[in-house]
Design a protein around this ligand. Structure first.
Ligand code: ACO
Length: 308
């Protein structure tokens, strides 16, 4: 029996770990790391598409996009709350993000060059997010797993709106179809990188699988995403920019090429096209919002005083 016999037993029995349960310090810090990175990704992820809200081509598209970007803010907030159940402090997590001490998803460091990018982000980026996050609804940490249920439902709406937008553009003019193909060419490989490095180069996967935080490896989920996306691309009438993509009947899966892993390393360590701007905007928003947080804290303290 280890010091954490009840924890080990709960994991072995596939039960949830709850905030008040005893847990190894490394489990706690791994959960805070993953949940914080996930929360940061949702909040930073509002920027690439947010840039298109004022330029949406119709009122309907604007309303959809506004709702979607607001959902991302909500996801970030549930996730910061989940991290707080582990003893993390939201303000401290934000500070770590803007000082570059905590990561967020590589995918949000690419620019959104046309409105077709909004559709492709919905289809591919949110599609990849769903592939990765549906199994997280069974993650061993209760508050994270439960937050993920609602997040996945909303991500599903996001993916469908993206695909529907692309179907509309593909039935439009030749210029619109070209915009969609160009966006697919730019986002395909970064979407595959969202699942993380190959299993052989993933330092965290083995332990996170043993603790049932992750239910599948990075490569398993990447394969699932490719298998799901190929028929959707055919239906849409776009070409995925991978000459190695081919059905492999013996594996019952698509074979596919490898993303540029040096690019992933570069983007994760701050060298992507948009890293600097994304963090600068987040820092500015934090500074601009300081007075609201101070006023809310003063109001809460006053209410507490009155209640006494
Ligand atoms: N972008 C940025 N960092 C990444 C990425 C990526 N695409 N992939 C891996 N990393 C980081 C990991 O966070 C880890 O960093 P750290 O150890 O310094 O904290 C390092 O690279 C090594 O990777 P892994 O050992 O594979 O790390 P892990 O087991 O945590 O797996 C993964 C990475 C798959 C992203 C996992 O953390 C996860 O499933 N997270 C929850 C989902 C999520 O955060 N999604 C965000 C984007 S989706 C959206 O917001 C719409």
């Amino acid at each position: 029996m280890t010091d954490f016999a009840l924890f080990d037993q709960a994991i072995a029995r596939d039960q949830r770990i709850e905030p008040a349960d005893e847990m190894p310090e490394r489990y706690r810090s791994t959960m805070i790391r993953q949940i914080a990175q996930h929360a940061h990704s949702e909040i930073i992820g509002m920027q690439p598409e947010g840039e298109w809200i004022t330029r949406a081509p119709t009122l309907r598209r604007k309303a959809i996009l506004l709702a979607k970007v607001q959902d991302e803010a909500g996801h970030g907030l549930y996730l910061y709350s989940a991290a707080e159940t582990l003893g993390a402090d939201r303000g401290d997590l934000t500070q770590r993000l803007i000082e570059g001490r905590q990561k967020y998803s590589s995918i949000f460091n690419y620019p959104t060059l046309s409105f077709a990018d909004v559709g492709v982000i919905g289809w591919l980026v949110d599609g990849a997010a769903i592939c990765n996050q549906v199994p997280l609804c069974r993650s061993s940490y209760g508050p994270y797993a439960r937050a993920m249920i609602r997040i996945c439902k909303e991500e599903s709406f996001h993916q469908r709106q993206g695909y529907e937008l692309l179907l509309t553009m593909m039935s439009g003019t030749a210029a619109q179809r070209d915009m969609v193909q160009d966006a697919v060419d730019r986002w395909w490989w970064p979407s595959l990188m969202m699942f993380g490095p190959p299993d052989a180069d993933s330092p965290n996967t083995a332990q996170s699988m043993a603790w049932k935080i992750k239910r599948h490896t990075n490569d398993e989920l990447r394969q699932r995403f490719v298998d799901m996306s190929v028929p959707q691309a055919a239906e849409l009438g776009v070409t995925l920019p991978d000459p190695e993509l081919a059905w492999n009947a013996s594996r019952d899966h698509y074979d596919f090429g490898q993303p540029d892993w040096d690019e992933l390393r570069r983007v994760i360590s701050g060298g992507g096209a948009m890293n600097e701007q994304r963090i600068a905007r987040r820092r500015q928003a934090d500074t601009d919002g300081a007075w609201v947080r101070e006023a809310a804290a003063a109001h809460a303290a006053k209410n507490l005083e009155v209640a006494r």
